[in-house]
Every structure is written in structure tokens, then in C-alpha cells.
Design a binder for this molecule. Sequence first.
Ligand code: GTP
Ligand code: MG
Length: 403
Amino acid sequence: MPRKVGVVGKPNVGKSTFFSAATLAHVAIANYPFTTIKPNVGMGYVRTPCVCKEFEVTDAPGNSSCVNGIRLIPVEIVDCAGLVPGAWEGRGLGNQFLDELRQADALIHVVDASGATDTEGRLCDPGSHDPREDVKFLEHELDMWYLQILKKEWDRAVRRVEGAKEDLIPILEDKLSGLGIRKGHLLSAKTKLGLNFERPSEWSNDDQLKFVTELLRQTKPLLLAANKIDVPPGEKNVEALKSSDRIVVPCCAEAELALRRAAEKGLLNYVPGDSTFTLNQKAQPSQEQTEALSRIKEKVLIPFGSTGVQETLNLAFFKLLQMITVYPVEDAEKLTDHKGRILPDAYLVPYGTTAKEFAGIIHSDLAEGFLYATEARSKMRVADDYVLKDRDVISITSTKRHA
Ligand SMILES: Nc1nc2c(ncn2[C@@H]2O[C@H](COP(=O)(O)OP(=O)(O)OP(=O)(O)O)[C@@H](O)[C@H]2O)c(=O)[nH]1
Ligand SMILES: [Mg+2]
């Protein structure tokens, strides 16, 4: 199952542009609020140096692709409708879009760093809206959304705990699993906040709020894509946004979309995340295209180093979700699968995954009959509890083979 990231924010900040740049899907993009009314779901990818260069092999990617030694691994992206204050109560396009985010592993909050859209996404003079307000508002909406879900279950949960002497953790685990909340998250929130789980009737509204905020922090980690940096005062606002404790990535989704579309048409060579592009020798760009490309270089690539879209996705998976890349193979010498393909697959797994857990991710049979794993760099056998490292190439030996 690919991991899923949700693209969120108020209307008209460039969420769909970001989504389209990351997935190359054609979706509605326009200069007014609520252009997106139904969420868009598509495949983007994260970018990581492939191990093919290090092992000096020519790979045959299957579940991912490899471009000039860069492995591109698919991830799922959901582009949501714009959220306005009160969305948790159903304002604007309301709650159903928050529901879209239930299964998201992480969130990318797109903000308009040029400050040219008001609280509800209507156009205003650049710099007249402070994007730090949008950060506060969105996090409040998310808090209220979770709080509302908790409150719906609360009275019954209190009766079960204080009347029937049941344990609160499994009750909440059952009720909140749809949000991706597991026992471990509940236990760590309990320890961190020191709330009394035997007497939930004594929790104040503030206790409940602190509890959901902590659950959100754990289950929907979020970073900021400070978009529209091509428009002043984008750069200044990026600095201001950095005062929050969030990761902030300066972004120009429009530039990324233009570069990727141009690369798709064969006009230029550009790998998402690169700091530059080269024109295709045979291409004959129009005057307008040439001007647009030099604007992208001057306003985005040179001052910021990249358009930020790929970096945002990479940070979401590698930093927020602490994922690593692991290459499963059948033959640790030849680095092939059972069909002889070299380094066919690259998996994203959470840091801390063991060899046996990894076997289970590939196929439950492999884990059931797990004997040992072989780490292809050292050619050493490792045990079931070996913690995988980023860019490991691993062969699993099991009494059960999967098809
Ligand atoms: N200058 C500039 N404009 C951008 C950038 N990214 C998006 N836009 C423009 O911002 C406007 C809104 O873009 P959308 O992608 O439709 O925004 P959205 O957040 O999906 O909007 P809703 O679906 O209405 O919530 C469009 O006119 C885009 O062309 C950017 O990086 N720079
Ligand atoms: Mg949109």
C-alpha cells in the first residue's frame, strides 16, 4: 500500500497546482476560491539516489522508476478542497473534505507566501495578508475536527470506563482507528500529558483539546509549502513562517508544473527536484516559452535552488514520516528477483522496520517461514530483528516462497 499524503490549505493558494505538478494529472486550476470541489487523488513520487550506481549495475525497475541514477518511488497524493474557518462545523465545503484526510499519513499545508489571498482565498494586494494567520487557522480547524470526533464518543466512553470499569485505551482505539490512531499513539499521548484515564469524566474541554492536538501531531504530521515565492513579498514571508516550529519549504508550484509539462512534451530535460534544466537540442521554444523559462530561472531556481515541490514531498516522507528506502531482491549476489530483473523494487518503510517485518510487508508467507535475511552490501546474514537501514538491499530466505 503506498503511503498517502494530503494537500491542504485555504482556497486559492495553489494546492491543485502543487498536486498537478507532482502527479502530472490534469485538474482544474483557477484564480478564485473553491475551484476544487471534489478531491483529486493521484500518484506522485519521492526521489532518492538509487543504489544502482553504487553496485555498478543497470537496473530494471518495476514498482518505481530510475532516471539517471535517481530512483522515483510512487506515493499517493490527495488534493483537497479549500478549507475556510469553520470547516469543521461544515462551513464552506465542510466536513466531508476533512474526512478525505482520515487515512492520510502526513499533510502538506500549502500557504500563499505572497500574501495575496485573504482568509477565505479571495484575491487581495500582495503582502496584505499575513500567511502566519493561515497556519494558525488551519491547525485550529484540524484540532476542532478531531475534537468533534472525540466528543461524539465521549459520554458513552466515560460511562463504560467509570460505570463498567472498562479500559479507556481499547475503547478509543476502536473508535478512532478510522483516523489512523493506534494503541501506541494513545499510550504515548497518555504518558506525555499525564491525563487521568481512569476518570475521564474529570477531563476539561482543554484536556480533551490537548489530547487531540497531541494525537494529530503524531498521526498527521504536517509541513508547510510556502507557495507563490515568485511573487514578492514571498521571500520575506518565508522567513516569517520559519518562526513556527514547522518545516517550511519555499515553493513555486506553478514553475514546477510548467517545467514538468515542458519536459513531458520533450522541450527540455528536467528531473523534478533538480536545480536547473537543459533545453532539448532539437527543441524550438517560442518567444513566450523562452521568456517564461528564463523567468523561472531568475525568480525561482537561482534564488531558491529548486521549485520546492519535490523537496516538499521528500521531506514529508523522509523527514516527517521517517521513512527509508529498501530494495528487496531474491539473489543477493546478482541483485535480481526470481525473474532475473536487477533491483526491480524499492519500498518505502518506516525507520525501525526489522528484516522480518519487511518480509511481512512483501508477503505474509515470507515472514511466516522466515529463516534469515542477507544484506547485499556485506553479503552477511542478518537475523529477524535486524533493523533495516536506508538504501539496504535485502534478500529474504524463507521456508515458504511467495509466488
Ligand atoms: N504566482 C503564482 N501563482 C500560483 C502558484 N501556484 C498556483 N498559482 C495560481 O494560484 C491560483 C490558484 O491555484 P489552484 O491550484 O487552483 O489553487 P487551490 O488551492 O487548489 O484552490 P481551490 O481549489 O479553490 O481551493 C491559480 O491562478 C494558479 O495559477 C505559484 O507558485 N505562483
Ligand atoms: Mg484546488
